[in-house]
Design a protein around this ligand. Structure first.
Ligand SMILES: [Zn+2]
Length: 216
């Protein structure tokens, strides 16, 4: 469907069933009709994007989230990065990078990396998958509301892509000193981030909460 832009204004929101939404930028309360697929709604005062509705968004988010979680699991057991220097080969797994950080007395940073690059995105994906499977059923499964709230809290703490950028910077630095090879886990982690970003870019807070309310 063509991505038709629609600015929701105070004049055109009276015909259909409406819901009230507060603008995150200026706190303006806006009555919003149900959008058609491909439409977006912006705040009439500050033009902040309020919500957008894509055709089949929740099915696509579910597929991408499951893929992202599988790629995240594959990023754990295999070599993440390996390099040879002076005839010796060093192989580092994802877990090694965190454990080595802790062994070098950067314990708090190791914990931060563990949570923001592995546990938080993993928990966020599992919660999102649960919510979306729940929405596909006729009745919501238990704790759907709570898990959706947790998803939106955890999303802000995900820093997986920042971790990857840091790895790439290190890769460039080390590659001038040694022969560096990117392992299967590294590529799994790259695909995990691609799927995660694609999934979260389709996730619309207002639309998914509306869907949850429909199933209540
Ligand atoms: Zn606004």
């Amino acid at each position: 469907m063509v991505n038709k832009m629609k600015q929701i204004t105070k004049e055109n929101h009276v015909e259909e069933a409406e819901a009230t939404i507060a603008c995150h930028e200026c706190d303006l309360l806006i009555s919003l009709p149900e959008l058609e697929f491909g439409q977006t709604a912006s705040c009439p005062r500050c033009n902040h994007l309020l919500t957008r509705r894509f055709l089949g968004a929740h099915n696509r988010i579910l597929a991408l989230s499951i893929s992202a979680f599988i790629f995240l699991l594959f990023a754990l057991p295999f070599p993440f990065i390996s390099f040879t220097s002076q005839g010796k080969e060093f192989v580092i797994s994802f877990a090694d990078s965190i454990v080595n950080m802790a062994l070098m007395d950067f314990f708090s940073i190791a914990i931060l990396i563990l949570f923001t690059t592995l546990l938080i995105p993993g928990a966020c994906l599992l919660a999102l998958i649960y919510v979306l499977i729940s929405l596909q059923r006729k009745r919501l499964m238990p704790y759907t509301h709570q898990l959706l709230q947790i998803v939106f809290i955890l999303v802000d703490w995900n820093m997986a892509e920042i971790f990857l950028v840091a790895i790439l910077v290190s890769f460039i630095k080390v590659s001038s000193l040694a022969s560096v090879f990117l392992g299967l886990s590294f590529w799994s982690y790259v695909f995990f981030i691609i799927c995660l970003i694609a999934s979260l870019s389709l996730l619309d807070r207002y639309q998914i909460w509306q869907k949850v309310k429909q199933h209540d």
